[in-house]
Design a protein around this ligand. Structure first.
Ligand SMILES: [Zn+2]
Length: 91
């Protein structure tokens, strides 16, 4: 599988680390209900089809990006950087 890093260009997936589901929301405070934290840490969906994922280009630019990938075909339809820099420039 090839991921098109917004900084480095197309690279083999072996250079990246999977960080998890990009749609998962963190609880807003440490005092949030225990169930919210348990859901963040332990519960994951296993969707078939398009899925928003977080990937980290660990062996190159160290950019964290949001990837939309089809979990059945591994086709990637979107890659965008994620973090303060990208959120500021996308406005
Ligand atoms: Zn990169």
């Amino acid at each position: 599988m090839i991921i098109n890093c917004p900084h480095c260009g197309p690279r083999d997936v072996s250079e990246f680390t999977y960080l998890g589901d990009a749609s998962v929301k963190r609880p807003t405070s440490e005092k949030a209900a225990r169930k919210s934290w348990e859901n963040l840490v332990y519960n994951r969906d296993n969707p078939l089809g398009k899925h928003r994922e977080l990937w980290h280009h660990a062996f190159a630019c160290r950019l964290t990006m949001e990837v939309v990938r089809n979990t059945k075909t591994h086709e990637i339809t979107s890659v965008k950087g994620r973090g303060p820099y990208f959120e500021e420039t996308s406005k």
